[in-house]
Design a protein around this ligand. Structure first.
Ligand code: DQA
Length: 147
């Protein structure tokens, strides 16, 4: 299987951005860890980061041709984007939502996710480990629906 990993806005600043909240690992560190994990799990991954809502949506549409699952940290679009939610619902590719921080123990405006209702599940609060757990859960899910 091939998994599309999407990082939303401001995640390119990872490691420099509010390190008290998001930690010191860079996006490159996270991606390297995910590529290693993917190898262990026997799946291919393609990674994409964008600060633009439409660019993320275009990638989700393109995934129809090439990917069986989506791992996404939608960043702040989690809390604002009906369009991103509709894209995930529209392609009907199994998606897992991940967050570095625990969005439920932060500001009220981060408690609601437009993405959660169209995701298989959400993992939030474990730093880069959220991505690793999310990838494992997604691959387990895909292996189960396959057989
Ligand atoms: C985030 C949480 C969001 O609320 C925030 O806007 C982000 C990062 C996280 O990974 O913890 O950009 O998705």
């Amino acid at each position: 299987a091939s998994i599309l990993i999407l990082h939303g806005p401001n995640l390119n600043l990872l490691g420099r951005r509010e390190p008290g909240v998001y930690g010191s690992a860079s996006l490159m560190d996270v991606n390297r860890m995910l590529e290693q994990e993917a190898q262990l799990l026997g799946v291919a991954v393609a990674v994409f980061q964008s600060n633009h809502e439409g660019a993320l949506i275009d990638q989700i549409h393109a995934a129809l041709e090439s990917h069986q699952g989506i791992l996404i940290n939608p960043g702040a679009y989690t809390h604002t984007s009906v369009a991103l939610r509709d894209a995930i619902a529209g392609v009907n590719i199994p998606a897992v939502e991940v967050h570095l921080s625990n969005i439920h123990r932060r500001e009220e405006f981060r408690h609601h996710s437009y993405i959660a209702p169209v995701a298989i599940g959400q993992i939030s609060g474990f730093g880069p480990e959220s991505y690793r757990l999310g990838l494992r859960a997604l691959v387990t899910y895909l292996n189960q629906i396959k057989d």
